[in-house]
Design a protein around this ligand. Structure first.
Ligand SMILES: Cc1ncc(C[n+]2csc(CCOP(=O)(O)OP(=O)(O)O)c2C)c(N)n1
Length: 319
């Protein structure tokens, strides 16, 4: 693929932003400073980055419980996200939603989602609206291997295909649904094979190769915009942390984790950029430092913001 230096650098920076954001959350969660649950995206950065960089600002995404990477890759604000996760008034949901309820309609982020398989029907709605209103927008549904077994996901695949909707299904196959390995919950090895049942293209890509993800998603987005209907892209990847922070992770072995850490998507891409003279080692170092500073500032912003007041408890409650 022929990508400009600007696009390549944007991908590189996005992956680093996600990595450093998640590492910071890991640190502060362990220190007891973050309420609720966090499901970290460490190791999966290339999927959200490769996929969201194929979208325009007005395209829509639906996310998951492991959503920080998707939200950051679609342009989510570091400070507002950090403040929300720290439970502060200045966050996306005024500190009352936490990690799994972050949305930003102006950026086409229709929300993280604690309901496994919840994003499928929402993305069908967004794609149907785009088709009906002739906006030329595309919707993208991120979902896990566990979510691919949910009826809602299969119904979404079916309706999207039957109605030829502008929708791209991006499956993040990290091998586990909580503690359950893929081989114990489904007979197929490739989730992309399920696309055939709905008469749509199904593609498997290396989910730790940002350019491979991007290339496959660009094709699917083109097809969607041309009115040719949805596609399913399965990105094989791995989550480095437990299902949630605090998970003892006794269901998988250290060797497996180490093998996947060897396929870390960021140094792989960084090496390619250096090799092709797109990036120098000094620029790489400067980029990590600059983004680390941005993330530190987001933490500062969050920690210096007030907690929601008890009098605001029932505000914005609709049901
Ligand atoms: C409808 C529903 N059923 C069960 C759960 C509990 N649950 C939370 S995450 C999860 C596993 C999801 O696995 P996967 O879709 O592969 O995503 P991953 O955590 O691997 O990113 C389950 C079963 C839930 N939140 N919602």
């Amino acid at each position: 693929m022929n990508l400009s230096k600007k696009s390549l650098m944007h991908m590189y920076e996005t992956m680093i932003r996600i990595r450093l954001f998640e590492l910071k959350l890991q640190e502060f969660f362990a220190a007891g400073e973050i309420p609720g649950f966090v499901h970290l995206y460490l190791g999966e950065e290339a999927v959200a980055t490769g996929a969201c960089t194929a979208l325009t600002d007005s395209d829509k995404i639906t996310s998951t419980h492991r959503g920080h990477g998707h939200l950051l890759a679609k342009g989510g604000d570091l400070k507002l996200m950090m403040a929300e996760i720290f439970g502060r008034q200045t966050g996306y949901c005024k500190g009352k939603g936490g990690s799994m309820h972050i949305a930003d309609m102006d950026l086409g982020i229709l929300g993280a989602n604690g309901i496994v398989g919840g994003g499928g029907p929402l993305s069908v709605g967004a794609a149907l609206a785009a088709k009906y209103q002739k906006t030329d927008d595309v919707a993208m549904c991120f979902f896990g291997d566990g979510a691919s077994n949910q009826g809602t996901t299969q119904e979404a695949l079916n309706m999207a295909s039957a109605w030829k909707l502008p929708l791209v299904f991006v499956n993040e196959n990290n091998g586990y649904g909580i503690s359950c390995p893929q081989c114990k919950s489904m007979a197929v090895v490739d989730i992309a094979d399920r696309a055939a049942a709905y008469d749509m293209p199904g593609v498997v890509v290396d989910g730790n190769d940002v350019l491979a993800v991007h290339e496959a998603v660009v094709e699917a987005v083109k097809r969607a915009r041309k009115g040719e209907g949805p596609s399913l892209i399965e990105c094989k990847t791995y989550r480095w942390r437990g299902h949630f922070e605090g998970d003892a992770c006794t269901y998988r072995c250290v060797e497996e984790l180490e093998e996947w850490k060897g396929k870390d998507p960021i140094p792989r891409f960084e090496a390619k950029l250096i090799e092709s003279n797109t990036l120098t080692k000094a620029e790489a170092e400067e980029t990590w430092k600059r983004i680390e500073k941005d993330v530190d500032e987001a933490v500062e912003f969050a920690k210096s913001s007030p907690m929601p007041s008890t009098s605001a408890l029932m505000d914005d409650v609709y049901a």
